[in-house]
Write a new protein. Structure first.
Length: 94
């Protein structure tokens, strides 16, 4: 599912994406009654802020670039794919 954005974002616009990262509790086996202890961790602890150049958004992912060159052959660096289901917001910075 595509994530709605508040304003039009074009390829190579500078954006900030807020998203919830997946995480693992490094605890091994636990009793069912102890699971709540781990679920009570603040959601903000796993909120990521990713800034970069918007590349595109598909039905499943939003793609952000770290860098690109301005040459005619257009090369890109460090593409990150953020699952749309994990995105809280996408804000155009520039």
């Amino acid at each position: 599912m595509r994530k709605a954005v508040e304003e039009e974002i074009n390829p190579l616009d500078v954006v900030e994406v807020l998203w919830i990262d997946s995480h693992k509790f490094n605890v091994g086996w636990v009793d069912a009654e102890d699971i709540q202890t781990y679920q009570d961790v603040e959601e903000d602890s796993f909120t990521m802020h990713t800034a970069g150049y918007f590349y595109e958004q598909t039905e499943t992912f939003t793609y952000i670039l770290q860098s690109y060159d301005c040459n005619e052959d257009k090369k890109y660096d460090s593409l990150i794919a953020i699952p749309n289901a994990a995105i809280i917001s996408i804000k155009k910075l520039k």
